[in-house]
Design a protein. Structure first.
Length: 104
């Protein structure tokens, strides 16, 4: 075998709930749906189209955040990576291995 390891591409999926969600994702989606249901019960009479979209917006936003996208876990992770890239450290320091780095 010569110590060659083959790691399957979907090895991280087994760590996710239903293969798509983390516990935090389910909490975010649950809070969004709870707020939406509460608003629907509070404003159940004479709901127009504009106010209905406003009432449904917490569930729609939370569903958008936990929606899976290719090459990332979900939209929330993608947005986090984009924000960290834009506002993160701009100066990169190289500390690789080199034969001249050896201290004697």
């Amino acid at each position: 075998m010569n110590h060659n390891y083959l790691i399957p591409a979907n090895s991280k999926k087994s760590m996710l709930i239903l293969g798509f969600f983390t516990f935090v994702d389910l909490i975010i989606f649950g809070i969004g749906c709870t707020i939406t249901l509460t608003l629907l019960f509070l404003f159940n009479d004479k709901v127009e189209m504009g106010s209905l979209l406003l009432i449904l917006s917490p569930a729609l936003v939370s569903a958008f955040l936990v929606m899976p996208v290719p090459n990332y876990h979900n939209v929330l992770q993608l947005l986090t990576n984009i924000i960290l890239f834009i506002f993160g450290r701009k100066r990169l320091y190289w500390k690789g291995w080199c034969i001249n780095d050896d201290k004697e």
